[in-house]
Design a protein around this ligand. Structure first.
Ligand code: ASP
Length: 247
């Protein structure tokens, strides 16, 4: 069994999501998929996670947050429209954001983590539902259902050792599983995020927990360059590289 993780730019729009699902569906061993929040669609775009931080700041400062919330929902509405999916999921997204805001208004650090988790969480639900509608049995599994129990310090989640036993049970599902990256649930039932970029951590934890034969961490680039392209102009592509050389 393989665990595959796809980062933000790989799941930023409908076209990318279709590409990801082609990769996932072509290999029956790719059973567990970890996804990030929708990332940048172009150089000047904003990551959904950063939009969620702005939403949090508006709420915290008692400002009108409706237009920021709409901007976030729009990211998913674009994907839903391009994938020709039922719009119902957008109502759930709106309601979830409002619920976190009203329930955690008095606990800013908890509200921050809860809002940030939405980027990955909504994307995982959407991607699972789409793949299922394409005739491939697929299921969204929340970190809570997956047994991803973490420590309680906001934005600093660390896996609790006993979680690995629960995570192993993910092997019992027959469907392909889509799990949102970047957060777990604490024993006090709070959503707690890993540090930024933490979907990689979720992927690694799940891969270890299910004793996967391989953890694949996909990124959307055209290849490996011989030099850093932000420093060297148009470096050459490396045609072939071993894992050892890559390391
Ligand atoms: N979405 C989160 C971030 O932007 C986590 C991740 O993508 O790995 O940091």
């Amino acid at each position: 069994m393989k665990v595959a993780k796809f980062g933000g730019s790989s799941v930023s729009n409908a076209k990318q999501i279709k590409k990801v699902l082609d990769i996932v569906n072509e290999d029956p061993e790719r059973k567990i998929i970890i996804v990030s929040a929708p990332g940048k669609r172009s150089k000047d775009d904003t990551k959904t996670t950063d939009l969620l931080i702005r939403l949090y700041e508006k709420v915290l400062n008692g400002l009108d947050y409706q237009s920021k919330k709409k901007e976030i929902i729009q990211r998913y509405a674009d994907i839903v429209r391009e994938l020709v999916m039922d719009k119902e999921i957008l109502t759930t997204i709106d309601e979830t954001l409002e619920r976190y805001i009203s329930q955690l208004y008095d606990k800013p650090a908890r509200l921050y983590d809860a809002l940030l988790s939405c980027g990955e969480d909504f994307n995982a639900q959407l991607i699972a539902s789409y793949n299922n509608s394409q005739g491939i049995p697929t299921r969204y599994v929340s970190p809570k259902e997956a047994g991803l129990t973490v420590t309680d310090l906001p934005q600093q989640a660390q896996i609790i050792d006993s979680s690995y036993e629960d995570i192993y049970k993910l092997r019992d599902y027959n469907e392909k599983l889509i799990i949102p990256g970047f957060f777990g649930i604490s024993k006090n039932d709070y959503i707690v995020t890993f540090p930024r970029g933490g979907s990689d951590i979720t992927g690694a934890i799940i891969a270890r927990g299910v004793k996967a034969s391989l953890y694949e961490n996909f990124t959307d680039v055209s290849g490996i360059f011989k030099a850093n392209p932000t420093i060297i102009d148009k470096p050459e592509l490396i045609e072939e590289i071993t894992y050892r050389e890559m390391r």
